[in-house]
Design a protein around this ligand. Structure first.
Ligand code: SAH
Length: 340
């Protein structure tokens, strides 16, 4: 059965026409799904019994089961969801003073193979569909009885390796009759799939783009992130400049600091040279050591020196506050989990 949450509003209108129904019903259905967050078609009481029956016969509502829920000492919550085919994914809810932010997964596993990331080393299974991405928000909103205000595609997977489904999910999340989260409150993080960055610039979505840069020479970046062998730093930065020019949106560069690897002043100097003058800021992430990982967290002293050097040389840089590290919910700690 098809997952009704895979359709954006225009596609759902087409589906209703196929069922011999009026297209405006799509708006009513959207409201039930995304604003009322119902768990069955029977609850859609302004639709005729006949239409509810047709919907039941043709579509599923893809309601996730919570396999595990862990709450960190700082209030961060990590969910393990059963995506209904025997696979499981992780999603993390973070509470900030300005609201709730949800870190969603876009794939079951990941193909990028970044050496410092816990999602690496576990077989890639498949892409998540748009509905499966969107259901992460709905399941958390139902469970915690809250309204999420920010979404970051920083969970398991490379969002631009699942481009169509991720962009469609954003359209549903962003739609006023859908979850209604402003595009500026939605961030996509990418390891640097250059052709897809050019494509995203043409989509007319005002979402924020984060680039996982992490190094300033091709040699170092390739040793940390195999994708750099395919699209090197120069090509990546050129694509970022195109993105900024076309969208007028500030790019966020992510830089995970690992001791004696990419955290000395020479790296900071090269970073300034690389991105100076671009509409951007730098998010410094103290790297989280993963099981059997070869990278260790930089010292606090080095992290602050690195940040200060950037700030003193005209680059806005902040150190990301780590949330949920005691439940393995911080950056790069998410993994695909089997149900067994
Ligand atoms: N695939 C996407 C999104 C996933 S991860 C991407 O690569 O951008 C979100 C961020 O956490 C990325 O910047 C990623 O490089 C970073 N990250 C991964 N593992 C990490 C770790 N062990 N410590 C700190 N940051 C990590």
């Amino acid at each position: 059965m098809k997952n009704i949450k895979d359709y954006n509003i225009d596609e759902l209108k087409q589906e209703l026409i196929k069922l011999g129904e009026k297209p405006y019903r799509a708006e009513q259905i959207f409201k039930w799904i995304y604003q009322e967050n119902v768990e069955s078609f029977d609850e859609m009481t302004n639709l005729s019994l006949d239409l509810r029956e047709k919907l039941k016969q043709n579509y599923s509502l893809c309601i996730y089961k919570i396999l595990k829920k862990q709450v960190a000492s700082d209030g961060t919550i990590k969910y393990l969801f059963d995506v209904l085919d025997g696979n499981a994914i992780e999603t993390v809810l973070m509470k900030y003073h300005h609201g709730y932010s949800l870190c969603v997964s876009s794939q079951i596993g990941c193909r990028m193979g970044c050496k410092f990331c816990a999602s690496t080393g576990i077989a890639f299974v498949r892409n998540l569909s748009s509905g499966e991405i969107v259901e992460q928000l709905l399941a958390v909103q139902r469970d915690e009885k809250i309204k999420i205000s920010n979404v970051v595609f920083m969970g398991i997977g490379e969002p631009l390796d699942n481009y169509d489904n991720v962009v469609n999910a954003i359209r549903i999340i962003n739609n006023q009759k859908g979850i209604n989260i402003g595009a500026r409150h939605i961030s996509i993080s990418t390891s640097g799939v250059v052709p897809k960055i050019y494509r995203l610039a043409e989509e007319n979505i005002q979402c924020t783009l984060s680039i996982s840069l992490h190094a300033t020479t091709d040699e170092k970046r390739s040793s940390m992130m195999p994708i750099n062998n395919k699209y090197n730093i120069k090509e990546l930065i050129t694509a970022c400049k195109d993105y900024i020019e076309k969208t007028n949106r500030r790019i966020s560069f992510e830089y995970a600091l690992a001791k004696e690897n990419n955290d000395n002043l020479e790296d900071a100097k090269r970073l300034v040279k690389l991105i100076k003058g671009m509409l951007c800021h730098v998010n410094l992430i103290p790297i989280n050591k993963i099981e059997n990982g070869k990278y260790d967290k930089s010292s606090n002293e080095n992290i602050l020196k690195f940040r200060d050097y950037l700030n003193e040389h005209g680059i806005v840089a902040t150190v990301r506050r780590e949330l949920g590290s005691d439940i393995d919910a911080a950056c790069g700690q998410l993994r695909r989990k089997n149900l067994t």
